[in-house]
Write a protein that binds this ligand. Structure first.
Ligand code: F0G
Length: 446
């Protein structure tokens, strides 16, 4: 133990790459501003959450994006928005062509949500290099880690952050330490994290305990923390909003719907929208609608109670990615909801699974947590909170193969003694042509 203490004492960081004098973070509570020349995840004066202070003192035009980038960054759907991102030195940046994700319009899903034709699109963040939106934050987080000379990067995770960190740390040539709740993340996400070479530590506890423990470790040692309490992660995640509004020709949808777990995206989206507005790229803000799983919904309860008192919960949901009972970005998420006159609601696991089956069935596909967006939108439209003639964009946060076990269980296993709605069961036939002909007839006629 003491050997480790000697090896990576706090304050011993080796100098990083380039000059960081212009890189500042500001406390959202007390406004204290400091130079971001090390891993920073809370205000050293009051303990508040931090924002990267991006100087936005002039109008920005759409034509500026993607111009004048060094070759290694030219293909990144994150770094093309560099005028709105922290000024990290070129030689610190680790990019894997992240972003550039598709925006799918599907009228069957619009009908499922209760909206009119052409009124619903899905931004598919599962099309990132490690198949979730985390890569957008990770390129900025790991690049900042390199810029400050970090020797090791770490996260606690429900699986996607760990997969992404493992990949970007490998690209950067940095060791990565990952804490996961044992037995509570999907096999595919664990596989990715192991494959990319991170040191995986499984704890007998849940995600919230893992993050609390890891923060104790990173408070005591010079370990660079990349969970979304790290404000640089959120800077990358802002680009989901930049890219989707650019793909809509800089027209703002009425609503952006997203799942809420640790609430990093909710925080990032609110900041992104405020900044787009500030530099004159949009003239109004869409409403953010944050959807939590009913068994993991402390933020929805906090919102419903008028933000009077926050209470953490012990989380339980089939959507393991958002099985989080004490979201780290709660105050920043509240700010985003207040800024956008946003909505927060909950959906049951059954609603999530049925919405996921609908998204999968039209050939798009996503992991369970992502489908909370469609399930929540459907609920908000049915309740009249969102009008039927609204335009909406839902965020699909992860790829369908992120949780293949959930897909197989949905289609093959009975639920309450009956197949799930839309269950698609394989048929087994004898190895002979007549059997195959019958299967052909069935396939043709549904
Ligand atoms: N969807 C997916 C697929 C996720 O992996 C996560 C978070 C969320 C939604 C929620 O996003 O935390 O910004 O509100 N996954 C984290 C992880 C916690 O460790 O991979 P959020």
């Amino acid at each position: 133990m003491s050997a480790v203490r000697d090896e990576i004492r706090l304050g011993d960081a080796t100098p990083g790459v380039g000059s960081l004098a212009n890189l500042r973070v500001r406390c959202m509570d007390c406004g204290t501003t400091v130079v971001a020349d090390r891993s920073l995840t809370r205000c050293q004066v009051c303990g508040g959450l931090l924002d990267v202070d991006v100087p936005l003192d002039r109008p920005v035009r759409p034509e500026e994006f993607g111009v004048g980038l060094p070759p290694a960054l030219r293909h990144s759907g994150v770094w093309r928005y560099r005028p709105l991102l922290p000024a990290l030195p070129d030689d610190a940046i680790v990019s894997r062509w992240e972003g550039n994700t598709p925006l799918y319009v599907d009228d069957r899903l619009a009908a499922y949500a209760g909206l009119g034709a052409g009124r619903l699109a899905f931004k598919h963040e599962g099309h990132n290099p490690t198949a979730s939106f985390k890569d957008r934050g990770m390129t900025v987080g790991v690049s900042h880690a390199r810029a400050v000379g970090a020797r090791i990067v770490a996260c606690a995770s429900t699986g996607n952050t760990s997969a992404s960190l493992a990949s970007y740390a490998a690209a950067a040539g940095l060791p990565a330490l990952v804490l996961i709740p044992e037995g509570k993340i999907s096999g595919a996400k664990l596989a990715q994290t192991l494959a990319y070479g991170a040191r995986v530590v499984q704890i007998a506890g849940d995600f919230d305990q893992a993050l609390t423990l890891l923060r104790q470790l990173t408070d005591a040692y010079d370990v660079y923390l990349v969970n979304s309490v790290n404000p640089f992660r959120l800077e990358g995640q802002k680009t989901i909003v930049f890219e989707l509004i650019e793909q809509l020709g800089w027209h703002v949808p009425d609503v952006i719907v997203l799942p809420g777990g640790n609430l990093g995206n909710t925080a990032a989206f609110g900041k992104a929208l405020a900044e787009l507005h500030q530099v004159g790229l949009i003239d109004r803000l869409p409403r953010l609608a944050v959807i939590q799983a009913a068994g993991a919904a402390p933020f929805a309860a906090y919102h419903a109670g008028g933000y009077a008192r926050f209470e953490a919960v012990v989380a339980e949901t089939i959507a393991t990615a958002i099985k989080i009972g004490n979201p780290a970005s709660t105050p920043r998420a509240r700010r985003s909801i207040e800024r956008t006159i946003g909505l927060v609601t909950t959906v049951t696991d059954d609603e999530i699974l049925d919405a996921k089956a609908a998204i999968d069935r039209v050939g798009i596909g996503c992991e369970p947590a992502s489908a909370a967006s469609l399930a929540g939108l459907r609920r908000l439209v049915a309740e009249g909170e969102i009008s039927k003639d609204s335009s909406a964009v839902g965020i699909l946060t992860g790829h369908v193969l992120k949780d293949a076990d959930a897909v197989v269980a949905y289609h093959l296993e009975d639920h309450d003694g009956a197949p799930r709605p839309g269950a698609n069961r394989p048929v087994s036939v004898a190895a002979e042509l007549p059997a195959l002909e019958r299967a052909l007839a069935d396939a043709l006629h549904g």
